[in-house]
Design a protein around this ligand. Structure first.
Ligand SMILES: Cc1cc2nc3c(=O)[nH]c(=O)nc-3n(C[C@H](O)[C@H](O)[C@H](O)COP(=O)(O)OP(=O)(O)OC[C@H]3O[C@@H](n4cnc5c(N)ncnc54)[C@H](O)[C@@H]3O)c2cc1C
Length: 418
């Protein structure tokens, strides 16, 4: 329970991060209002691949990406797309982003991410305990599929980082792989099954159930667009949302890829881009993989969700405003035909979302210099579903003046203000 007196806290954004922060603050006895312009899981947390990807600590900016990327954007069968008209807007973010594509930074980023995502299954089980949301969590292996062992060996340096950080896996080849899971074993002859992972059987339903648990215990869910964070004499007083003033002792910004604007209003320019990603869902298929599979060559995930297979992946740069492009959907469907030729299904659905991407691939979990009472939790790139509960817990601690028992320097927003 809260040390006296309970605080009133506004959390902006009801994605995985915001809902986690709201629930954990409520459980510590505080009065919490969760505001989202769409409602729970209205943003990126709805459509991700659903993996509790604890070992996904390697950023996109690996050594070699600068050499490979130009060829990839010109090839519609590669999972990197660019809306060319967006390039001038992208460049001031892209240049510092690509500067991190070196071994030292990859190791540093992986280490920082591992503290946020490393215990994800347990973190989600704790968050959902005693709520309806528990039913959507499935402990499982997360399997990387390779054409053959040479493809895995070619990426050894990155697997060494995972090994050093304590992630463990079982390797399968040939017939053993087919016995383990025949789903993609015609085209793939080597696999690495990461242990102690998990998945969410329907991310939108999961977050909606967590939000229901929050309102059932007296939390307020408010549907409105937040325009401004209010502050007087260096201290927040609340927010302006949908033309109304809502007062609070503390404000938490968990608006994912949309967080940059409010940070800027408070005087902090975070170099944040939207890494657009896509999914297609194939409903009521004739077969499913046992566990989620990452097709390493195509960099997309095949997740066996409730009643459907979700294929998710692709990185597209094109900003927050433009609608979905056709080419990434075509690529995902091409992959279905190429890798799963005998798969059939009844219906298809499609989605595009925005991964929140700071240049250094490390989320911001921080107070804000110059405005007391405001905290920021965003920028989780490809692992925001995975890292939501831990981030929420850390935000709840920061906002209630409880010192986290880990070094928070890597996540501090001040790294962008120096
Ligand atoms: C194709 C794809 C696959 C992915 N797969 C995985 C995966 O398998 N595992 C994993 O861990 N991660 C995955 N991710 C990444 C993950 O989905 C994101 O990192 C995560 O959802 C970010 O969560 P969030 O709560 O920060 O943001 P969001 O879920 O985007 O939530 C932000 C919320 O803020 C609200 N909002 C924005 N502006 C305002 C405003 N002004 N006022 C009020 N509300 C506002 C939005 O409506 C939204 O609901 C994937 C992403 C994509 C695109």
């Amino acid at each position: 329970m809260a040390t006296s007196p309970p605080l009133s806290v506004i959390v902006i954004g009801a994605g995985m991060v915001g809902v986690s922060a709201a629930l954990q603050l409520q459980r510590s006895g505080h009065q919490v209002t969760l505001i989202d312009r769409e409602g729970p899981a209205g943003g990126t947390s709805f459509g991700n691949a659903g993996i509790l990807a604890s070992s996904s600590v390697i950023p996109v900016t690996t050594p070699g990406i600068v050499r490979k990327a130009p060829g990839m954007v010109f090839n519609p069968l590669q999972p990197l797309f660019l809306r060319w008209r967006y390039l001038p807007t992208l460049l001031p973010w892209l240049v510092p982003y690509l500067r991190h594509a070196n071994s030292h930074d990859v190791q540093r980023i992986a280490e920082a991410l591992s503290h946020i995502v490393g215990q994800s299954l347990q973190d989600h089980q704790d968050l959902a305990a005693g709520t309806l949301a528990e039913r959507w969590i499935k402990p499982c292996e997360y399997t990387y599929m390779f054409k053959d062992r040479a493809y895995f060996d070619a990426d050894q340096a990155m697997w060494d980082i995972r090994r050093r950080l304590g992630f463990r896996w079982v390797e399968y080849a040939g017939e053993e792989l087919a016995k383990q899971d025949p789903f993609l074993s015609d085209s793939h002859h080597f696999a690495v099954a990461l242990q102690d992972h998990g998945m969410i059987l329907s991310p939108g339903d999961y977050i909606a159930d967590l939000a229901k648990a929050f309102t059932k215990k007296g939390g307020i869910l408010h549907k409105a667009e937040v325009e401004t964070i209010l502050h007087e004499n260096g201290q927040t007083t609340g927010v302006r949302a949908g033309g109304e003033t809502l007062t609070a002792d503390r404000v938490i910004v968990a608006m994912g890829a949309w967080s940059g604007q409010l940070a800027k209003q408070l005087g902090v320019r975070v170099p944040l881009e939207a890494e657009r990603g896509y999914h297609v869902e194939l409903w009521h298929p004739n077969k499913m993989p046992k566990n989620p599979l990452m097709v390493a060559a195509g960099k997309f995930v095949v997740t066996p969700m409730k009643d459907r297979i979700r294929l998710a992946g692709v990185v597209e740069f094109g900003g927050l405003k433009a609608g979905p492009s056709e080419a990434p959907f075509k690529l995902l469907m091409h992959n279905v035909r190429a890798y799963m030729p005998d798969l059939t299904w009844k219906d298809e659905t499609r989605w595009m979302g925005h991964r929140p991407a700071p240049t250094d691939s490390i989320p911001i979990i921080s107070d804000v210099p110059g405005v007391k009472g405001v905290y920021m939790g965003f920028g989780h790139h490809h692992v925001g579903l995975t890292g939501g509960p831990k981030t929420g817990k850390l935000l709840a601690m920061l906002a209630t003046d409880t010192k986290p028992n880990m070094n928070m320097a890597a996540y501090d927003i001040r790294r962008f203000t120096k």
